[in-house]
Design a protein around this ligand. Structure first.
Ligand code: URA
Length: 233
């Protein structure tokens, strides 16, 4: 791909802005040689003001979403995109969240610009496990694990029962819940269905990927090995 398009697609500016950057000699190769709009250098060889380019298309990243941020590009209030470099919101292809976490949920959120990967992750066929830790208003009753595992629990306004989910009590009012699907507000609605209320919710894993020690609000790109790990359980 020509340099002008490569740089514009990464969100550095409009084609006009990027043309100006190139004319000003701000775009060089790794040895400082000025590049031109029609050049087609290897991505890794390009520098803008001496800095390497952002990662090319085919991006998968993990964000530790804090409470209070919305998984949307244009909601009012704080957006998960505010935690990423501003250029990332202007990339083409667009960087989308892989499913959503509620504003009041924290934890592991994936974002990608790879449509095929996104569909592979969120497809009902994939049944990728997602692990949540819920802090509850009431102590567990003791029958929740059996109800959630039954495969017969129907949530209000749903037409099909939930797939079996695994619940592990962590303390009287804290539980780890593993889901294999992603319905709207699913964890909160499941606990509401058994007479409880989720006070805090955190997602620690998606497929074979764990949040690990990633600090709240921080993000990192995932390499090819981690794309594979995502689908290994
Ligand atoms: N279930 C919920 O209720 N909320 C989330 O953010 C994710 C799963």
């Amino acid at each position: 791909m020509k340099l002008l398009r490569t740089i514009a697609n990464l969100g550095y500016g409009s084609r006009r802005d990027v043309t100006a950057m190139i004319r000003e000699g701000r775009v060089t190769d790794a040895h400082g040689e000025v590049l031109y709009t029609d050049d087609e250098p290897a991505h890794a060889d390009v520098r803008i003001d001496g800095e390497p380019l952002d990662p090319p298309a085919g991006l998968l990243l993990m964000l530790h979403k804090p409470v209070g941020y919305t998984c949307s590009t244009k909601d009012r209030g704080r957006l998960v995109y505010d935690l990423l470099p501003p250029r990332f919101a202007r990339r083409s292809p667009q960087l989308s969240t892989v499913g959503r976490l509620d504003r009041d949920t924290s934890g592991l959120l994936l974002l990608t610009d790879d449509g095929a990967l996104l569909h592979r992750i969120i497809s009902p066929k994939s049944k990728l496990p997602k692990v949540y830790e819920a802090t509850l208003a009431q102590p567990l009753r003791g029958d929740e694990a059996a109800i959630f595992a039954s495969g017969t629990l129907m949530l209000e306004s749903e037409k099909t029962p939930l797939l079996p989910a695994e619940l592990e009590a962590l303390s009287p009012a804290r539980a780890r819940l593993t889901l294999h699907e992603g319905r709207y507000h699913q964890v909160r609605r499941m606990f509401a269905a058994v007479g409880n209320h989720v006070e805090a919710l955190h997602r620690s894993h998606v497929g074979g990927l764990a949040l690990g020690g990633l600090a709240e609000g921080a993000w990192r790109t995932l390499g090819p090995g981690e794309w594979e790990q995502l689908f290994q359980q």
